[in-house]
Ligand binder design. Sequence first.
Ligand code: FES
Length: 148
Amino acid sequence: MSSSLKNLYQDIILDHSRNPKNFGLLEEYDRKANGTNPLCGDKVTIFLKLVGNVIGEAKFDARGCAISIASASMMTEMVKGKSIDQAKSLFEKFTSLVTGQCYKVNDLEELETLSGVRDFPTRIKCATLPWNAMVAAIEESDEEVKTE
Ligand code: FES
């Protein structure tokens, strides 16, 4: 990756971590799930409001590192207006990208900026924490999602 692209990626991640989109509680929601990373103690809660089979609203509340906040911010932006199946498919693609199973995936847009975490195993968990919580919310899992 060129250094200018790397810088652009870093700027996008920093911007999302400093000014996260969809940050806060959703008063009226249909699905909610909590996730935690036991290694650092960081936590995320995902709230989803459904319109039929479509995610009408997505918000998150979190105490976490820049990567986890940026990932949650981009993820909530991305899944709004998507069907539940589309959101699950994005989860699969994102997970493949950041774990290095796949180096080029379509449809992830800004989320591709997080691909660099694949070289840092502990950071992969930071990036995937909000996604695992989102899938738990979709599947109405009552158990807190853990990265370990
Ligand atoms: Fe805790 Fe990233 S350091 S989630």
